[in-house]
Design a protein around this ligand. Structure first.
Ligand code: HEC
Length: 166
């Protein structure tokens, strides 16, 4: 890329930064390149956490004074959301096994792989339209979170209210 193109692509205020980057021999990164390398905290929250909450919010029952609400999906869209969440959890299972996150720790990779196992179970429960099995998949998923946090997160402050009250 020619320097003129770089300068043209920059808004005025960052031109100096871009030129400085070029002078230092670094090609400026596009936004998408930066987004492909989220911090571990960002992989956890929002990415992994949001996908997992679809599992947890799509299974089981909530009791209130008005009665009991079954969280099992009742629409195609509801089931599809679980499939999409399972796909995202599987993708993040792979992301976590990248060296920059795993630091080549075998136990880390093993636990990360179990996320995909729980996701597969959830996906199969959708195929079978089996709400009880989806609940079990969500519980299994939660166990994986806890297992890794206990081993690798010294400052663990992770709680899930809905899982704790079950
Ligand atoms: C392979 C290990 C591993 C697995 C599996 C894992 N976590 Fe984490 N998680 C961590 C580590 C390490 C941290 C601390 C990250 C930090 O503070 O930089 C963390 C932090 C978090 C945080 C706090 C992020 C923040 O804002 O500081 C949330 C939320 C979280 N994890 C959710 C989950 C959920 C939900 C699951 C399961 C579906 C899960 N994690 C599974 C390793 C893991």
């Amino acid at each position: 890329m020619h320097i003129r193109d770089v300068v043209k692509n920059c808004s005025g205020c960052c031109t100096i930064v871009c030129v400085a980057l070029l002078l230092s021999g670094c090609a400026p990164k596009t936004t998408s390149e930066i987004e492909e390398q989220p911090t571990l905290a960002h992989v956890m929250e929002p990415l992994l956490n949001d996908a997992s909450e679809v599992f947890w919010d799509s299974a089981g029952f909530i009791d209130t004074y008005e009665g009991t609400t079954d969280l099992t999906p009742t629409t195609e869209e509801g089931w599809q959301k679980v499939i999409d969440a399972a796909d995202e959890i599987t993708r993040l299972s792979g992301v976590l096994q990248e060296e920059r996150y795993s630091l080549n720790r075998p136990a880390w990779n093993e636990i990360s792989g179990l996320l995909a196992v729980a996701a597969d179970r959830g996906r199969q429960s959708v195929v079978d339209r089996d709400g009880a099995e989806l609940f079990e998949a969500g519980a299994q998923l939660y166990q994986v979170c806890v297992a890794c946090h206990q081993s690798f997160w010294s400052n663990n402050r992770f709680t899930i209210a809905s899982a704790e009250t079950q």
